[in-house]
Ligand binder design. Structure first.
Ligand SMILES: Nc1ncnc2c1ncn2[C@@H]1O[C@H](COP(=O)(O)O)[C@@H](O)[C@H]1O
Ligand SMILES: O=P(O)(O)OC[C@H]1O[C@](O)(COP(=O)(O)O)[C@@H](O)[C@@H]1O
Ligand SMILES: [Mg+2]
Length: 495
């Protein structure tokens, strides 16, 4: 299909999904919200920071590839790696030292809602989705301020032993400290030198320094857990993220296994007597491989229906599941990487017993769907097209304030390079007899054991920021599917 035809499909899909969103009865969103301290770094500032620390030290640390930020050298090493590769990265820090150093030496431009759950909750409320029940285990007064003023945005609290729902601004814990992450956004074309090497940033992207204070827990109180079933009648699905915060061991003797078991219990409680409830997990960067594997094999597998990831995250997921070669080929940037992404998506779908794996890449989205998914391929394609228009809106405006804002995203053209990249996958599928060139044309392919839906996406040339775009894509597609899903209440039907 040529680009003009894709543009037509975009308009139809957006208009269709816009009219259906009111069908969603509600969504539960947990766990991670934080404040993002945003800094769009300039060439002169990079040179200044390199000057302060010294190239020799930075170069040595780049080779060591730190997986945690302990000091400014770790920070500069990971920043230069991210800029060199044009790749998104998220690295944890367990003290406030780097925050103070960054405040002294860089200073942020603005602060906004961060964290997959926080970003997605605000987005869905702004789109007019009813009953967006957001849950943040560490809801501080400062954090609550970043939630939008919408009567459909609610947070569970326990009052007099009973679970009630209130706007986050009325539900915060006054004793709770805020969690502040640093987002260093960098632009394509920035150039600098360090230790004799010349760097030129190939793509707009960002480094996230994720603060992990010791009080962070992916958890809920026993009272809330007990009464969680009271809210499930109003919700059609859940979007969960933040599991990257789970630690291997805690000071009180508990381990990640305890928190994994609790996370699974929450999902089971939400499903209650509706085992068909849609549960989406938004993956993110997880440096710790034990936790990454536990999330995939113990939380996602068997308990979750849908998984969303960017390309680096696909490689990371494949890596811990034992597909090292495929993981390498995904991030290798060669012309085969689209084929590897598709093969990787199929492996994740099968291995993790999912119904849907949605990969967002720069220029196209790949979604593989199990044959028993209740919706047809055209519905899945519409969901992806809606998600792409939403992402382009976010990249253009910085945030999506209402459903009508999506017209800004619709005006963004389909990315020519992304459209061209699809040809490699087409050739591969035709060569293997999986489909014909004609079947591939409209992006809906019926393969053996799964369906493949692939679309070229809209890319904003100079995005306001890149952080959180992936969250908009995954949440946009998931909510569009919920809107199309037949509605029934198994709990009542059984009674
Ligand atoms: N400039 C952009 N316009 C539209 N979409 C974009 C742009 N830059 C990145 N994207 C999309 O966002 C995801 C990033 O996902 P994360 O989960 O936030 O890493 C990327 O794959 C593109 O699909
Ligand atoms: O691991 P944490 O501390 O929850 O951090 C999550 C970070 O990811 C984000 O939610 C962005 O998500 P993406 O990387 O998918 O764009 C930031 O807003 C936030 O700082
Ligand atoms: Mg993401």
């Amino acid at each position: 299909m040529d680009i003009a035809d894709w543009e037509k499909r975009y308009s139809e899909a957006v208009s269709n999904v816009k009219g259906q969103l009111e069908n969603v009865r509600g969504v539960f969103v947990a766990y991670n919200s934080n404040v993002d301290a945003m800094k769009h770094i300039k060439e002169a500032e990079i040179k200044k920071l390199i000057g302060i620390i010294g190239c020799e030290k930075i170069h040595e640390r780049i080779v060591e590839y730190p997986r945690e930020i302990r000091d400014p050298v770790d920070f500069m090493a990971r920043l230069i790696i991210a800029m060199r590769d044009g790749k998104a990265a998220e690295v944890p820090t367990y003290t406030t030292d780097i925050h103070e150093w960054l405040m002294d030496n860089l200073v942020f431009d603005s602060a906004r809602m961060g964290g997959q759950a926080g970003i997605i909750s605000n987005l869905l409320a702004n789109l007019g989705v009813k009953n967006v029940i957001t849950y943040v285990p560490w809801l501080s007064r400062e954090q609550a301020e970043y939630f939008v003023d919408s009567s459909s945005l609610l947070h569970p609290v326990i009052e007099d032993g009973k679970l009630i729902l209130k706007h986050p601004k009325e539900a915060y814990n006054p004793e709770q400290k805020p969690k502040i992450n640093w987002i260093i956004e960098f632009s394509k074309g920035i150039k600098f030198k360090c230790a004799g090497e010349e760097y030129a940033v190939p793509r707009d992207n960002r480094l996230i320094i994720s603060s992990r204070p010791q009080w962070i827990r992916i958890d809920m109180s026993p009272e809330m857990y007990e009464q969680l079933s009271d809210i499930r009648e109003d919700i059609d699905g859940a979007i969960l993220s933040g599991y990257q915060m789970i630690r291997e061991e805690y000071e009180d003797g508990t381990t990640y296994l305890d928190y994994v078991a609790r996370a699974v219990n929450v999902i089971e409680r939400l499903k209650g007597c509706n085992p068909k409830m849609r549960i989406h997990v938004e993956f993110t960067s997880i440096q710790n491989k034990v936790i990454r594997k536990a999330l995939l094999t113990d939380i996602v597998k068997k308990h979750v229906t849908s998984l969303g990831l960017d390309t680096v995250e696909v490689a990371n997921a494949l890596n811990v599941l034992g597909y090292e070669e495929l993981a390498y080929s995904v991030i290798n940037k060669g012309e085969n990487s689209i084929v590897s992404l598709y093969e990787g998506a199929v492996r994740l779908l099968k291995e993790l017993e999912l119904q849907r794996v949605h990969i967002h890449s720069l220029g196209y989205y790949i979604c593989v769907v199990s044959k028993d998914h209740p919706l047809d391929a055209d519905s899945h394609r519409q969901a992806l097209l809606f998600a792409s228009a939403l992402a382009a809106t976010q990249a253009t405006l910085g945030s999506v304030r209402s459903l009508d804002d999506i017209s800004a995203g619709l005006e963004v053209p389909v990315y020519g390079q992304g459209h061209d990249d699809l040809i490699e996958l087409e050739k591969y599928l035709v060569r293997r007899g999986i489909c014909t060139a004609e079947d591939f044309e409209d992006g809906c392919i019926s393969a053996d054991g799964h369906d493949l839906i692939i679309i070229p996406s809209k890319i904003v040339k100079d995005p306001v920021a890149t952080v959180g775009i992936g969250d908009a894509i995954s949440a946009g597609a998931f909510i569009a599917l919920l809107a199309k899903m037949p509605k029934f209440n198994i709990c009542q039907e059984k009674e």
